[in-house]
Design a protein around this ligand. Structure first.
Ligand code: SF4
Ligand code: SF4
Length: 494
């Protein structure tokens, strides 16, 4: 499969083929606000691509992709609210590790049901592969925790320190009371947000309200104090300081995403055929390509990429350069879409394949559907009890003095409810079979396993010759939901 990955540093890119013919020479358009364009050159013209030497202070502009980013980011608010939601009088989402129980609203998931977790993980990874094959690092651009948090942290930075030029100037300025005050406020907010991130994570594993009481009274278990620390440090340093460097150098997904895309994947791409030869727009209507070389697409890029050099490893497919360029095109009265989502095949003038004709996509979709169906099946079929019956191997049967045949069984009942339950046992499937329990206690405590020893007796004439089938039923009179059957075998002499 052809690899579309291009170097992160600005070398001539992979989208250099003609997409559309260069525009006709333009005359001076009185509708173009040249003063505004001059301002743009002044503001963004000096922007350089990111070579990892300086902190990137990306410019923020409005646009549809910026809006989508905020919508997706707002979903993360649920992360902070999640631990405080209640359901049936208890924490709606709780991963109770000591009790080995997980609560998801009305559903209780036991260690025995954890197979579903592997399917959930499979679903997540295949969804990631599918998204990458469709649109490159779109997960990074819109959904990834790191990107969303960087967006929020830099928004705070902008509110306190001003636009990118002011931030760079403040960074370079000698220390003063003003600089100290601004930086102190910023870092305090960042630290608070980082701590909240870690504390919220911890709250999913304990009683969230009780945890806050413990914090305020400086009590509580060792874990509620230690668990937030990696998040605090990770968010403060990784998000506040390292930012896009994490995406460039540390994220394993960034390293492998190149092999998940192909020439059919749509990625932000500069229409070189339309844009070149780029050049400053002049008042006399000079004959240039549509790119007015304003650098705004570079200025808004959180990764510091210049997309005009082609698809690049560093591009997280966030679409912000599309917003930027569209806004410029509108200002100069040229068609939008000079930078747009485009597949490599389209840059060569071919049409993109239908998803259904891409074998890779079909395989991903099939695995995804299978994994999701498995999760849904598991959730729908979660039961409040689990029954297992094990036939004794030694001996397989006993012939009693009256000639009847007896088989021994171990019956294991897991009571997954929050209340103790007393169980009864019956058998069917073998004529006139009777069952006797050797245990006096048939009550399973809440959340605990009860192990019973059972003897099933069948008259000599009714016992199967060799191996027959028998059905065990275990039920609790107090709770109709606690009723399960298990098929086993009954062995008689041949
Ligand atoms: S090049 Fe464009 S799409 Fe890619 S990261 Fe930069 S702004 Fe986002
Ligand atoms: S591609 Fe668009 S935003 Fe980028 S420099 Fe050219 S005109 Fe400006």
């Amino acid at each position: 499969m052809e690899d579309v990955e291009a170097p992160a540093t600005p070398t001539p890119g992979t989208l250099g083929k003609t997409v559309s013919p260069p525009p006709e020479p333009e005359s001076t358009d009185p509708a173009v606000d040249h003063e505004e364009i001059e301002k743009l050159y002044e503001e963004a013209g000096h922007w350089d691509v990111n070579l990892g030497e300086e902190t990137i202070h990306a410019k923020r502009i409005q646009g549809q992709f910026r809006r989508i980013k905020w919508y997706v980011a707002s979903i993360y608010l649920l992360y902070f609210l999640g631990p405080y939601l209640r359901w049936d009088g208890r924490q709606a989402i709780l991963f109770d590790i000591p009790a080995r129980k997980n609560y998801l609203f009305g559903i209780t998931i036991w260690p025995q049901d954890v197979w579903m977790l592997s399917l959930v993980l499979l679903t997540f990874f295949i969804a990631l592969f599918t998204a990458t094959a469709l649109a490159g690092r779109v997960f990074c651009g819109y959904i990834c925790w790191q990107t969303v948090w960087v967006d929020v942290y830099t928004w705070i930075e902008e509110k306190l320190e001003g636009h990118p030029a002011q931030r760079r100037a403040l960074d370079k300025a000698p220390w003063s009371l003003r600089k100290f005050r601004i930086k102190a406020v910023k870092h305090s907010i960042w630290l608070t947000l980082s701590a909240l991130t870690g504390i919220t994570f911890t709250a999913y594993f304990t009683d969230a309200y009780g945890m806050w009481r413990d914090y305020f009274s400086l009590q509580g278990s060792f874990y509620i104090w230690v668990t937030p620390l990696p998040f605090l440090i990770g968010s403060y340093i990784g998000v506040g300081f390292m930012r896009e460097q994490i995406c460039f150098w540390l994220c394993p997904y960034a390293r492998i995403q190149g092999v998940m895309t192909d020439p059919e994947s749509i990625l932000p791409a500069y229409d070189k055929g339309r844009g070149e030869p780029r050049g400053k727009i002049s008042r006399d209507g000079s004959t240039k390509g549509d790119c007015i070389d304003c650098n705004l697409c570079v200025a808004v890029c959180p990764m510091g990429v210049d997309i005009r050099y082609g698809q690049q490893e560093g591009c997280i497919t966030c679409g912000l350069c599309l917003d930027a360029c569209d806004s410029v095109m509108e200002k100069v009265g040229r068609p939008t879409g000079l930078i747009r989502y485009m597949a490599l095949v389209e840059s060569g003038g071919k049409a993109r394949l239908n998803i259904l004709k891409r074998p890779r996509m079909m395989i991903y979709i099939l695995i995804l559907a299978g994994a999701m169906a498995g999760v849904v099946y598991g959730l729908v079929n979660l039961t409040p009890m689990k029954l297992t019956v094990i036939h004794d191997r030694q001996p397989l049967y006993i012939m009693l003095s009256d000639g009847s045949i007896q088989n021994g069984y171990t019956v294991k009942i897991l009571n997954k409810t929050d209340n103790a339950a007393t169980f009864k046992l019956s058998v069917s499937g073998v004529k006139d079979a009777s069952v006797e329990l050797l245990n006096e206690n048939t009550t399973a405590p809440a959340g605990k396993m009860l192990t019973l020893t059972a003897r099933v007796k069948v008259g000599a004439d009714d016992a199967p010759k060799g191996v027959g089938s028998i059905l065990f039923r275990v039920y609790s009179d107090g709770n109709p939901a606690l009723d399960a059957t298990y098929g086993s075998s009954f062995v008689g002499p041949k």
